[in-house]
Design a protein around this ligand. Sequence first.
Ligand code: NAP
Length: 245
Amino acid sequence: MANELNFSGKQVLVVGGSSGIGNGIAQAFRAKGAAVAVCGTRGRATEYSTDEGSDLEGLAYAQLDVGSPGAIEAFRPSFDRLDILVLAQGAVIYRCGEFEMAGFRKVVEINLMSLMSCATRFHSMLRDAKGALIIVSSTAAYHSTMGNPAYNASKTGAVGLTRTLGEAWAEDGIRVNGIAPGLVDTKMTKVTTDNPKRLESALARIPLRRLGTPADMAGAALFLASPLSSYIIGQTLVVDGGLIL
Ligand SMILES: NC(=O)c1ccc[n+]([C@@H]2O[C@H](COP(=O)([O-])OP(=O)(O)OC[C@H]3O[C@@H](n4cnc5c(N)ncnc54)[C@H](OP(=O)(O)O)[C@@H]3O)[C@@H](O)[C@H]2O)c1
């Protein structure tokens, strides 16, 4: 069993691996022996700090803004083989910004359109390696999220895309699955976690009575990339401490 979680000799790319959940997933694969590359929006790795949930130690960093037209197609990775692709990029706009079409489009572009662009960009490498693709969506895909129509629609779309690519790429030997996190302490959720009242009411709704951590999400990612999940395709695993039960 322990051997199945040994990723020595594997190349992993985590888009959105510069901070938070993606960064936790990247570091977990590194701890299990993989060579791991990560992307984020900033020019260089030194522009990230641990206060924001970034630990880039031992990871190969490259800039990739998935919202920038043509950037994914033009992206030249530092590796020529890819075993595991994790798509953890995500954005949200608060204060009703997603009710404006510009905001709606921007969030859907980053959270949904870029998933398909990244998946197709790396499809042949994943096929050559008989690899795994893991898409990070959200439990927001399973209920309404007041104030965030684009975030909700994009994450719901991500679950559907996971299912459909899972079926389509099974014949290529690529296993596509997803993770739907609940409430995880990252820079994206500071708006809730930095506000004592909001935090208290959020915790009251989580049966495990704690926020999720990037490491909690990483456990699911390691499983979905490993032979332990060899007969699972197209599924999105809810990892939420019971939030949406
Ligand atoms: N935290 C939660 O409670 C929660 C719950 C459900 C789902 N999720 C999902 O989990 C994923 C990770 O989010 P997080 O909570 O870990 O927040 P985070 O720390 O803000 O991480 C978001 C990641 O996406 C990257 N990103 C944002 N816009 C991008 C763009 N235009 N191009 C490329 N990369 C971009 C960020 O890069 P920079 O570091 O350069 O900004 C960062 O690496 C997202 O898909 C989010 O929707 C989070």
